[in-house]
Design a protein around this ligand. Structure first.
Ligand SMILES: C[S@@+](CC[C@H](N)C(=O)[O-])C[C@H]1O[C@@H](n2cnc3c(N)ncnc32)[C@H](O)[C@@H]1O
Length: 319
């Protein structure tokens, strides 16, 4: 039997309660200089930075790595923050109260971001959620200026998680920008983008989630507030005039060559040096990978691309 809306609400209120408690007790990361972090935590941060700078390497699980350091050394407030974000990940992946009508979800596929959850709010899986946490916490720690943005949000889960990380660290001065048609993918424009030939995801009604539903999903986690902004429409129309200023984390999840290229051309110039661009479909969709390669070549970008998992990759902007 699936759970009622009431039961779902009860689970979500656990996350909200934890968040509120955190805000009342946990010192924000943005106010903690790295030099004051514990030795173990500094070690974890240094290891991550070293691995990242090596270029094409597997991104470690930040929860496993940072979580271990925190568990060993940090106080209850930091542990509570980590547990809030862990609970958020489980809720967003639909692992807390997945609809049990029919076959239960394949847990391995869900963790690896290989299925489309029936009720979960993101399809990106565990490692890519960990990667968002890593990137956002890193820009907060380093003081890299700018907001967070996702282009291609589906039910909103990855963007909701970005907002949750800001919330967990008391970062009230950064905003989350949520860009989507809220009507699914566009049909491929093969005369302009032959790389998208044959990608018929525009036929998938399951990918067309309305703005109202996405906003309601943010509200379920008590994270719909003035720090969140929505840009509705095709990227080719909305992104050239997007009102956001500088970005510290830019996450691309629009699948197509066109969607990836529109996002890079219009938003990469706004990415602060030291900030991150995450490409959800880099390993999964040839057309997306081609757009990234073409844009990097055009702009002379040679920052090392780090693999997150079978699909996601990212790089840190060095100049
Ligand atoms: C794979 S889903 C995103 C998954 C999501 N990030 C998550 O956390 O599960 C792709 C999304 O990109 C949007 N999209 C793709 N190309 C677009 C375009 N050119 N303009 C507007 N939206 C687009 C679709 O509407 C869809 O919501």
């Amino acid at each position: 039997m699936g759970e009622s809306a009431e039961e779902q609400g009860a689970h979500e209120s656990v996350a909200r309660t934890l968040a509120r408690r955190l805000l009342n007790t946990a010192p924000p990361l943005v106010a903690q200089p790295v030099r004051r972090a514990s030795r173990a935590l500094r070690g974890a941060l240094a290891t991550r930075a070293a691995r990242r700078d090596e270029g094409q390497v597997q991104q470690p699980s930040v929860s496993a790595e940072l979580g271990t350091a925190l568990a060993a050394t940090a106080g209850p407030a930091s542990q509570a923050r980590e547990r809030y974000l862990e609970l958020m990940k489980r809720c967003l992946m639909g692992l807390m109260y997945e609809d049990q009508i029919g076959a239960p979800p394949d847990r391995r596929a869900r963790m690896e971001g290989m299925d489309w959850p029936s009720v979960g709010h993101t399809m990106i899986g565990r490692k890519r959620l960990d990667n968002i946490q890593f990137c956002v916490e890193d820009v907060l720690t380093r003081g890299v200026p700018g907001d967070l943005m996702e282009t291609g949000v589906w039910r909103g889960g990855a963007s909701i998680f970005m907002r949750a990380v800001l919330q967990a660290h008391g970062a009230g001065d950064r905003h989350v920008w949520v860009a989507d048609s809220f009507a699914g993918l566009p049909p491929p424009d093969t005369s302009k983008y032959p790389q998208d030939t044959g990608i018929d995801l525009y036929l998938e009604s399951a990918l067309a989630i309305s703005l109202e539903v996405v906003q309601a999903n943010f509200a379920r986690y008590d994270l719909l507030d003035p720090q969140v902004h929505f840009l509705k429409g095709w990227f080719r129309d909305t992104l050239p005039q997007a009102p956001n200023g500088s970005l510290a984390v830019l996450r691309l999840d629009g699948d197509l060559y066109e969607s990836t290229m529109d996002s890079l051309v219009n938003l990469y110039p706004k990415l602060s040096v030291g900030g991150y661009v995450i490409v959800d479909d880099y390993g999964a969709v040839d057309a997306c990978r081609q757009a990234v390669a073409d844009y990097r070549r055009m702009q002379g970008i040679d920052d090392g691309i780090v693999t997150v998992d079978w699909a996601g990759s990212y790089w840190r902007r060095s100049r």
